[in-house]
Design a binder for this molecule. Structure first.
Ligand code: ATP
Length: 357
């Protein structure tokens, strides 16, 4: 897919990436276990999952920094393993940005193009073209005043922008970001998030983002991939994954506060999101089909517009029974009841798979 000309001034080719039966083992550890996945052209695909589930291994394979033990990896049908590192149309931004400490911002950004010129003096970019491109990146990422500085003279947010500019200058058809926001403080994260969204829109490239923060993934991604133990637990549009988690694992992992999961007498599991539960005031009867759940209030957490009612269960565990609006506080120690309307109750079989209907 080739997008129309963008703010960068050139059409960018966006690749569809296909993984089929991809495996990667490290000794006795299976980091990726026969992964099948399509990353659509032009998507912003976010990969989430618990620590050690294989996110970085997957990203490294896409970047060409590592090779799979089995399976095939293609970009627009073209076998990626045929393109050694450095010749793939892929750029990666690392968690720590990995800027060259002894180079100025200008030289960090132009590094890829200077390398291309050194490799191919005849067809590579000339120095006039390189400085024009650096200027364009500096404007795009607001780095005009910083081109002469070294990385140790930059803030975290500025380093991130330099790392992005260094990756984007090559107009990659696949851009990989490994935890790009984790080194930033809360205020900077919000603006950096918006910047990445804008960049994706302007660049039109396929962007894959690995993050620990599933809220970040939900808010940014066009496509969400949830991994668990080296496998894809679920992949799809974020709202679909949130509304109809395919397994108990995905249900518990995606969403904040986490979905409540409770065993049923038949050995299955029911789940409900605190946002979907309504507190039952006094002895009022509930109308309609649904599930009534009890809890003993442990603490109420102020959320700004309301509160999370955190309860203690029978075995001492805490869970957010209900998220409610308003400022009437509930006293710790009181037993409370909540109603979850039937359409908001999720059901899972004993093996963790979703039961619909
Ligand atoms: P995190 O969120 O903590 O960064 P992750 O989901 O990115 O984790 P990976 O780094 O991909 O997980 O690791 C997946 C599994 O493979 C882990 O069990 C890890 O210990 C193992 N692993 C990854 N790289 C290597 C390596 N070079 N040698 C041995 N084991 C490795």
């Amino acid at each position: 897919m080739t997008s129309p000309p963008t703010r960068l001034g050139v059409p960018v080719h966006a690749a569809t990436i296909q993984l089929a039966g991809i495996s990667r083992r490290f000794g006795s550890t299976t980091a990726l276990d026969s992964v099948d996945l399509t990353i659509p052209a032009g998507s912003l695909t976010a990969i989430v999952g618990p620590s050690g589930c294989g996110k970085s291994t997957l990203l490294r394979l896409l970047a060409g920094l590592d090779r799979p033990d089995g399976g095939s990896l293609t970009a627009d049908g073209d076998d990626l393993s045929a393109h050694p590192l450095g010749t793939r149309d892929v750029a990666m931004v690392f968690q720590d940005y990995a800027l060259f400490p002894h180079m100025t911002v200008d030289r960090n950004i132009s590094f890829g193009l200077r390398l291309a010129r050194r490799r191919d003096r005849r067809n590579g970019p000339d120095s006039r073209c390189i400085s024009a491109e650096v200027q364009r990146m500096a404007e795009l990422f607001g780095l005009e005043e910083l081109l002469g500085r070294r990385p140790d003279q930059l803030s975290g947010g500025q380093k991130q922008r330099v790392a992005l500019a260094r990756a984007v200058i090559r107009r990659p058809s696949l851009l990989l970001l490994d935890e790009p926001l984790s080194a930033l403080d809360v205020a900077l994260r919000a603006s950096a998030r918006a910047e990445i969204l804008r960049l994706h829109r302007d660049l039109g490239t396929t962007l894959v983002l690995v993050t620990h923060d599933q809220q970040e993934a939900l808010s940014m991604a066009t496509d969400l991939v949830v991994m668990n133990q080296g496998r894809i637990a679920q992949a799809g549009p974020p709202d679909k994954v949130y509304r109809r988690p395919a397994t108990r694992f995905v249900a518990g992992f995606v969403g904040s506060p986490a979905m409540n999961l409770a065993p049923t007498a038949a050995g299955g599991i029911i789940g409900w999101r605190p946002q979907d539960a309504q507190l039952i005031e006094g002895d009022r009867a509930v109308a309609g089909d649904g599930q009534v759940v009890d809890g003993v209030v442990d603490v109420c957490e102020f959320t700004g517009s309301g509160q999370d009612v955190v309860c203690r269960g029978t075995t001492g565990e805490t869970f957010t029974l209900v998220q409610r609006e308003g400022d009437r506080w509930l006293c710790p120690g009181h037993t409370v009841r909540a109603f979850v309307p039937a359409p908001a109750v999720h059901r899972f079989a004993p093996d963790g798979s979703r039961i619909d209907g």
